[in-house]
Design a protein around this ligand. Structure first.
Ligand code: ADP
Ligand code: MG
Ligand code: MG
Ligand code: MG
Length: 401
């Protein structure tokens, strides 16, 4: 079974059985394919007798999008498994444990997190996660700091950049986030009701200028190893626990891209509350919760990152000139705000949308959510290089709601 081919459920069971000591008995195992099937297969395998279970994720050699398909490297499975293992070391307990990686089959065997919920779904349903800000700020501070020139030897870091070259997945980001939404691209997808908004995006030269700068930074700034796709669909959550999955887009890029992804997805949900809460008071209350979470994500990240720098600054980066750290953190904040804006805009007019907004049944309510998300996204992009505080982002969201 060693040559690459997409596995069927029987083959997945056979591989699970070969994991030494994992499934104790010899009775039948259950297997379900639970992925969405666009890029990867995800098998859930369980033993009804011992109650033990695991997940197998296998990369497919193509991506299926709107009926078409294009080839996509299997090397992303290596990148995903290596990133998961590195993140597990740097941020213990905040990613699934990797049991095995099979390079021939582009397959990662990992801890089953089915007792968690996907955060996007949890937020849609009005769940509250009081430890999320604490957990995710630790995840981003630890993974970004210790893979950057601040927290690791600068020559080793260059070698690390080479291990995480991910051109095909980066191209998806470059096209879908930084290009398509700003022109009348074939891959765009939006509702007729907001045609005017799409046209406005295509004609907004000030916006294009800011997006070009953010795009340039995404292409050229190998600042830290990013997760690369850190939206709320890549986070498993409970009130007690947070686990980040799916780092197949990992590469060396600007730190603000990951932090911005988290914040953008909280704000997309924020823009959608009218569609999910039972009345305006409940929506208002939940929006407040989301904005408090956004504030906490940034402020805790900022504090933790500075503390790591003070304690673990590496080599030359242990001693920096007065003002340098503050300037660095300000640039991270600005990038965070800019990328958050880009990630909101693409989810409304670009190829891949979010359930928070698309699954609102009432068309008028959905349209209001789309317009609100776009208003926030555009304002963040235009603010980014002038920003001086996370409070400005919060004010923009409050004004648009
Ligand atoms: P893709 O890259 O195709 O988006 P994901 O890694 O996001 O794949 O996984 C797709 C889905 O499979 C998740 O939304 C989740 O439902 C399920 N899944 C993935 N990893 C796990 C896991 N470790 N435990 C439980 N379910 C998982
Ligand atoms: Mg998917
Ligand atoms: Mg995913
Ligand atoms: Mg993925």
């Amino acid at each position: 079974m060693s040559a690459y081919h997409p596995l069927n459920e029987e083959e997945a069971i056979e591989i699970a059985r070969s994991l030494e000591g994992f499934f104790p008995g010899s009775g039948p195992l259950n297997c379900r394919e639970i992925g969405d099937g666009n890029l990867n297969l995800v098998f859930h395998i369980s033993d009804p007798v011992s109650g033990r279970s695991l997940i197998m994720k296998q990369a497919l050699p193509y991506a299926k999008v709107v009926g078409e398909s294009w080839p996509l490297t299997l090397d992303r499975a290596r990148i995903e498994s290596e990133a998961l293992m590195l993140e597990g070391k740097l941020a213990p307990g905040l990613v699934p444990q990797v049991y095995q990686y099979n390079a021939d089959l582009a397959l990662t065997v990992m801890e089953d997190l089915s007792d968690h919920v996907i955060m996007r779904r949890g937020l849609i349903e009005g769940g509250r996660y009081p430890l999320f800000g604490e957990h995710i700020s630790t995840f981003i501070a630890q993974t970004l700091f210790f893979t950057s020139d601040l927290g690791m030897n600068q020559q080793e870091k260059k070698l690390n950049v080479g291990r995480f070259i991910n051109p095909e997945l980066c191209k998806i980001t470059e096209d879908l986030i930084f290009d398509d939404p700003y022109t009348n691209a074939a891959n765009n997808s939006f509702e007729n009701a907001i045609q005017d908004e799409a046209q406005a995006l295509w004609n907004d030269e000030q916006l294009h200028y800011e997006v070009a700068l953010l795009r340039e930074k995404f292409l050229t700034q190998a600042q830290a190893l990013l997760h690369g796709d850190l939206h709320t669909g890549s986070i498993f959550i409970t009130p007690e626990s947070t686990k980040v999955i799916d780092p197949e887009f990992a590469y060396y890029g600007p730190m603000g891209f990951d932090i911005g992804a988290v914040i953008a997805n909280l704000l997309l949900n924020y823009a959608a509350r009218e569609g999910w809460d039972k009345n305006e008071a409940a929506a208002q209350d939940y929006r407040h919760y989301l904005l408090e979470t956004v504030r906490e994500v940034w402020t805790k990240f900022d504090a933790k990152f500075r503390a790591l720098w003070d304690e673990h600054g590496k080599d030359r980066m242990a001693m920096t000139p007065p003002g340098y750290k503050d300037d660095y953190m300000l640039r991270l904040l600005r990038d965070t705000i800019g990328y958050a804006g880009c990630k909101m805009v693409r989810r409304i007019v670009g190829l891949a949308h979010v359930a928070d907004i698309d699954q609102i049944e009432d068309a008028a309510v959905r349209e209001r959510a789309q317009r609100s998300a776009l208003a926030i996204g555009k304002s963040l992009i235009k603010l980014n290089r002038q920003a001086s505080s996370i409070e400005q982002l919060i004010e923009i969201a409050q004004t648009a709601a």
